[in-house]
Ligand binder design. Structure first.
Ligand SMILES: Cc1cc2nc3c(=O)[nH]c(=O)nc-3n(C[C@H](O)[C@H](O)[C@H](O)COP(=O)(O)OP(=O)(O)OC[C@H]3O[C@@H](n4cnc5c(N)ncnc54)[C@H](O)[C@@H]3O)c2cc1C
Length: 373
């Protein structure tokens, strides 16, 4: 079968690319290894840059989830409150809702049960062979297959030493929805409404592994989260758990371009992983739209990498350090950190988010699109 573009993986990055290609009127096919498309995960924060892309894709009229009115970051010695006016737009939603939003318009182009097992790049295009032997040919493929890239060595991953548990748990949502994060030494907790009567909770522990689960549960029952969620609901929730890792950036090659976590899995400390994948996807579709006659040529891939690399590398590194600082435990160092956090103007954090969006808009402008809020 021949189609100009194959997308490997129907996660957030692959589906965003599919929607953006639809918008450009470019033919494509998505190969997804799972037999059915169900979102694995709990909640997700879509920050200003992600919201801008959903808007550019015409999806802003009926967004799922809840717009945060406030974000509160607190430790034992500081409390920072960011008021979520239009200067700081963040929408919390379940992963399932985001995935469904992106899947619905392109579901007819998804081939399920299609695990890519082998890629053969040649001068005119690429041939992908699936695990079951089926064969697909294209001018190029976009690898959006998540953190475990084909041929990816586990040793490539950088382990933060932190373990994360997350879940969706019922609870009463206030009229002015607020997201909260607590830095409590070895433990970091986050709580945010994602829908009417539903919260997303994450619990990160440093120097931890799955064997610490009962210790973690005991901590949670005594934590500030217990003022919002009942012990019964927390105990009966379906918790997902995994280590927090990132990996070196790798953009693939001209005929097999990597995007999303496949190119640059980040630690989730700044809530930017998925939206950076959405940025990759949207920008790539714009470049394809303007260079249809150059699909698979090195210059097109180099242009994409040049536009993306510095930005992604910076956010990946910031996210890593943010996660380390949040878990500092030395009393002298944490006292100093907390004092600095207490006096740091919340406006600086808002400016940071605005900077991310402005930077992306600047990248998009020469391509003729305004991905504004
Ligand atoms: C705890 C945690 C919290 C997070 N919170 C946020 C947040 O709040 N905001 C945010 O922006 N980001 C967040 N992230 C990051 C975000 O989850 C990821 O960056 C994002 O889901 C990656 O999307 P993706 O499409 O690149 O990959 P994936 O979602 O992994 O999708 C890859 C797809 O490819 C398929 N696939 C894999 N191999 C093959 C193959 N060989 N052939 C065919 N198909 C294949 C898979 O089945 C899957 O459907 C968080 C991450 C974690 C771990």
């Amino acid at each position: 079968m021949k189609t100009p573009i194959l997308i490997e993986g129907a996660g957030i990055a692959g589906l965003t690319l599919a929607n953006a290609l639809e918008q450009q009127g470019i033919d494509y096919l998505i190969l997804e290894k799972e037999p059915s498309l169900h979102a694995i995960g709990a909640g997700i924060a879509v920050q200003a840059n992600g919201l801008a892309i959903l808007k550019a894709l015409g999806m802003d009229a009926d967004l799922p989830g809840i717009k945060l009115q406030q974000m509160c970051l607190q430790g034992r010695g500081f409390r920072q409150v960011l008021n979520g006016d239009d200067a700081w737009p963040t929408r919390m939603m379940t992963r399932a809702a985001l995935q469904q939003l992106l899947l619905t318009p392109v579901a007819h182009r998804v081939v399920a049960n299609a695990e890519v097992a082998h890629a053969d790049v040649h001068t005119q295009g690429i041939a992908l062979t699936l695990k079951d032997g089926r064969h697909y040919e294209a001018a190029l493929s976009v690898q959006a297959s998540g953190i475990h890239r084909l041929g990816n060595e586990p040793s490539e991953l950088r382990d933060s030493g932190q373990w994360c548990w997350r879940a969706l748990i019922p609870g009463p949502v206030r009229p002015e929805p607020a997201g909260q994060e607590w830095w409590l030494g070895r433990h970091r907790l986050g709580l945010s409404p994602v829908d009417e009567g539903l919260y997303y909770i994450y619990h990160v522990m440093s120097q931890a592994g799955p064997e610490q689960d009962s210790q973690r549960q005991a901590f949670l029952q005594q934590s500030p989260v217990a003022q919002v969620l009942t012990a019964e609901n927390m105990a009966s929730a379906q918790w997902l758990s995994h280590p927090l890792k990132d990996k070196p950036i790798h953009w693939g090659q001209p005929r097999r371009i990597a995007i999303g976590d496949c190119a640059h899995a980040l630690t989730p400390n700044m809530g930017q992983g998925a939206v950076l994948g959405m940025e990759d996807a949207y920008l790539l579709a714009m470049l394809f739209g303007q260079n249809l006659d150059k699909l698979g040529q090195p210059a097109l891939w180099q242009d994409f990498v040049k536009r993306r690399h510095t930005r992604v590398a910076r956010i990946r590194q910031q996210s890593w350090y943010f996660g380390q600082v949040a878990h500092w435990q030395n009393p002298w160092v944490t006292t100093l950190r907390d004092r600095l956090m207490a006096i740091a103007p919340g406006k600086r954090m808002i400016r940071q988010q605005q900077k991310w969006l402005a930077q992306f808009c600047r990248q998009m402008q020469p391509l003729g699109h305004t991905a504004s809020q």
